[in-house]
Design a protein around this ligand. Structure first.
Ligand code: GAR
Length: 209
């Protein structure tokens, strides 16, 4: 019998990906995981209300703190709630190497493009979709990957493509990528992690059956 992994979800905004995780948990789709903590880098994030409605403890650690204090406050919460795995779900603050190296292969991130396209420094939120449209790409999508010390560089866990349509605006494309890709692959990847079904060799992740 697998122990249930205690999950912390880090957010900064609307929290639709957090909602997808909460819904998946409610529907029994993450049988070996428990969303035990939500941390927001913004006090006004709507994601905090989503956590409250789902009776999940939620705390704000403001991104205005200096990096050392920001990460120290986060670490204290992770310890307090005995967290096993961190999910970055629209978390728009940078975690330093000092932090990420303490959580090897235990931080997952959702990114709204097919990595290695449209990712890295400066590519976050709506900017990703603006970049896709500016380049005239016909296909985009979403990626869940493990986090290492370089932005959007860690081993890729799951990806799902999404078609770009001729009249897309960044907002329309963002919504389609969320609906058709992000909200599906993030809960799936978290569940696979909690089931111990992700085998990492170098940069390649194999999903065990
Ligand atoms: C999502 O599209 C997520 O993939 C993106 O921010 C949005 C947050 O929305 N994350 C990044 O760009 C990280 N590089 P949400 O708060 O509604 O989940």
């Amino acid at each position: 019998m697998l122990k249930s992994a205690r999950i912390a979800v880090f957010v900064s905004g609307g929290g639709t990906n957090l909602q997808a995780l909460l819904d998946a948990q409610r529907d029994g789709k993450i049988p070996h995981g428990e969303i035990a903590l939500v941390i927001s880098s913004q006090a006004c994030a709507y994601a905090l209300e989503r956590a409250e409605k789902a009776n999940v403890p939620a705390h704000t650690v403001p991104s205005s703190l200096i990096q050392h204090d920001f990460e120290a406050a986060i670490e204290l919460l992770l310890e307090q709630y005995k967290i096993d795995v961190i999910v970055l779900a629209g978390f728009l603050s940078i975690l330093s190497e000092n932090f990420t190296k303490k959580w090897p292969r235990r931080i997952l991130n959702i990114h709204p493009s097919l990595i290695p396209a449209f990712c890295g420094v400066g590519f976050y939120g709506l900017h990703v979709h603006e970049g896709v449209l500016a380049r005239g790409a016909k296909v985009t999508g979403a990626t869940v990957h493990f986090v290492n010390e370089i932005a959007d560089d860690g081993p890729i866990i799951l990806q799902k493509p999404v078609a770009v349509q001729p009249d897309d605006t960044p907002e329309i494309l963002q919504k389609r990528v969320m609906q058709e890709a992000e909200w599906l692959i993030l809960p799936r990847a978290v569940s696979l992690f909690c089931d111990n079904k992700l085998e990492v060799k170098g940069r390649t992740v194999r999903v065990l059956s």
